[in-house]
Design a protein around this ligand. Structure first.
Ligand code: SF4
Length: 69
């Protein structure tokens, strides 16, 4: 159990930051907000699914798990 809360910036830090819009959001920051609100799934970011970004995806998943009640 953890009461640690993460911010949108914590998530954004690990996003590809290309704002390619493939996730359906205007930019990566908007996607980070939706992730934090649980309105989007991390899998919606196509860039995070490529091997080179695997570490980033894992970090975001870890942050999200830590932020669960
Ligand atoms: S798909 Fe990923 S890299 Fe592209 S805008 Fe969305 S969050 Fe950013």
């Amino acid at each position: 159990m953890s009461d640690q809360k993460i911010s949108v910036f914590d998530i954004y830090e690990y996003l590809p930051q290309t704002s390619c819009k493939n996730c359906g959001e205007y930019n990566c920051m908007a996607f980070a907000e939706k992730l934090l609100q649980r309105k989007k799934n991390i899998g919606a970011c196509s860039a995070l699914r490529i091997a080179i970004n695997e570490d980033k995806r894992k970090e975001i998943q870890k942050l999200m798990e830590e932020n669960m009640d």
